[in-house]
Write a protein that binds this ligand. Structure first.
Ligand SMILES: Cc1cc2nc3c(=O)[nH]c(=O)nc-3n(C[C@H](O)[C@H](O)[C@H](O)COP(=O)(O)OP(=O)(O)OC[C@H]3O[C@@H](n4cnc5c(N)ncnc54)[C@H](O)[C@@H]3O)c2cc1C
Length: 416
């Protein structure tokens, strides 16, 4: 059972508030609501809470570990008696029936029941296709559950040997997703952002994304080279050769009428963060950051950028017109206009990290839906306004305050 029926039948009470998206904004919205005594259904489409932050190594402007604060917040969500966390649950849309709003949610069921799994590994030993692993790569942090095995559903042939081998009956091969229609009193969207995939409208083709292994998006680079992973040096992905020159290219597809017409707010800072951790580890690396306007609001961020410049990161105020692999010169060619001479320049780098164009996650259908009167959905975090982790969390708390005020007003017979 995914959600206890009792959850929806608190006598005389309104149904829960749906928070769609379990990143920093959604988690803070949920905890703030819970703190005000409001029941919450927190639906997250991936297998873990934390959102995109879980893909980061460290966070600017402190350079602290990204994981620890997010984990603490996620744990508080799981432990709150007023927050019901649904993982692998995608909010597809909203609909109304009379005065009642319903959320349509598709909840995937893992093929191993974590409540039964003994983590003994018998299933992995029996699997002929190597589809069983000790831990979900994206981890499930319900502290109430012990670690469990996981099936890679794409690799599984459904031969059933694991189910035969499992002493606890935890394997439920081929369990289909469950479609839920859940009554909710209010809705907070916190669905975050997505990096533009090559070939999508938000992707600017002149920056070469997806055309060569040494042209990375920022998230791809974050996965390739992390300061805390202790890699000895930065290497090219194409051939493993040590990298000597790295270009960070800002506003690729952002502040661009053809793609994302606004600034994505966080790219200058996270590029500076990645550049600085490279410099800390390898002071000899030649790093150039191409920018349009370096956006670093607030005292901490300004100081952070200045420290990067003092450490030797070269800033070039120019938006390159072309980033592409150069077979002739063996690297990534970056063509740009030199701001001092006005002339076109071409330089070769080992690696180019292309930043920008972070589109807000498409909202599930129904955002504009009137819902019950005075209960139209609110959006917070990156899906409402590009913001860093702290800003997204604050937006989540603000959305919670607005929803709680509405519920109070409705309880008093008014319409907020
Ligand atoms: C490369 C990079 C580096 C960054 N580094 C930093 C940094 O160092 N410091 C900093 O402060 N900020 C940094 N940021 C910004 C930071 O990632 C965002 O501020 C933060 O993730 C926004 O939180 P959010 O909750 O709004 O969205 P997200 O983190 O995107 O979370 C949204 C969640 O909603 C879920 N979701 C989406 N659609 C649905 C649906 N229909 N149903 C259910 N769930 C759904 C998603 O799976 C996701 O888990 C960086 C961003 C990038 C791209």
């Amino acid at each position: 059972m995914l959600i206890s029926p009792a959850y929806f039948s608190s006598p005389g009470g309104e149904p829960p508030v749906l928070v769609a998206g379990g990143g920093p904004a959604g988690m803070h919205a949920a905890l703030s609501l819970a703190g005000m005594g409001v029941p919450v259904l927190l639906a997250e489409r991936s297998a873990h809470l934390g959102g995109q932050v879980m893909r980061l190594d460290k966070v600017y402007p402190t350079d602290h570990c990204a994981f620890c604060p997010v984990w603490t917040t996620a744990k508080a969500c799981f432990e709150s008696p007023r927050v019901n966390v649904l993982l692998r649950a995608s909010v597809d849309g909203l609909r109304t029936d009379g005065d009642q709003t319903f959320a349509d949610i598709t909840a995937a069921q893992g093929w191993i029941d974590p409540q039964r799994c003994l983590f003994c590994g018998a299933c992995a030993g029996s699997c002929p296709s190597g589809a069983l692993h000790e831990r979900d790569a994206s981890m499930t942090w319900d502290p109430a559950l012990p670690p469990s095995m996981r099936i890679d559903e794409a690799a599984c042939t459904r031969c059933g040997k694991c189910a035969e081998a499992c002493p606890a009956g935890a394997v439920r091969l081929g369990a289909e997703p469950v479609r839920l229609s859940v009554p909710v009193s209010d809705v907070v969207y916190a669905t975050g952002f997505e990096e533009p995939a090559p070939g999508t409208p938000a992707h600017a083709p002149e920056f070469g994304g997806g055309s060569h292994p040494d042209i990375f998006t920022a998230m791809e680079f974050e996965a390739w080279h992390q300061e805390s992973r202790g890699q000895d040096m930065l290497r090219r992905k194409s051939d493993g050769a040590p990298a000597k020159r790295v270009a960070f290219i800002q506003c690729a597809g952002a502040r661009d009428a053809r793609h994302l017409p606004y600034c994505a707010a966080v790219c200058c800072m996270h590029a500076m963060k990645q550049a600085r951790w490279l410099k800390r580890r390898q002071p000899g690396l030649d790093i150039t950051l191409f920018y349009t306007d370096l956006r670093a609001p607030g005292a901490g961020q300004e100081a952070y950028v200045r420290a990067g410049i003092a450490e030797g990161i070269r800033l070039m105020r120019s938006r390159p017109g072309l980033v592409a692999a150069s077979e002739a010169q063996g690297g990534i060619a970056v063509r740009y206009d030199d701001p001092e001479t006005g002339g076109a320049v071409g330089e070769i780098f080992d690696i180019a990290v292309v930043n920008g164009g972070l589109g807000q996650c498409p909202l599930p259908t129904g955002l504009g839906l009137p819902a019950a009167e005075g209960a139209a959905p609110l959006a917070c975090g990156f899906c409402a306004e590009p913001a860093d982790v702290a800003g997204s969390a604050v937006q989540g708390a603000a959305a919670a305050a607005a929803v709680a005020a509405r519920r109070r007003s409705r309880a008093q017979g008014g319409n907020a």
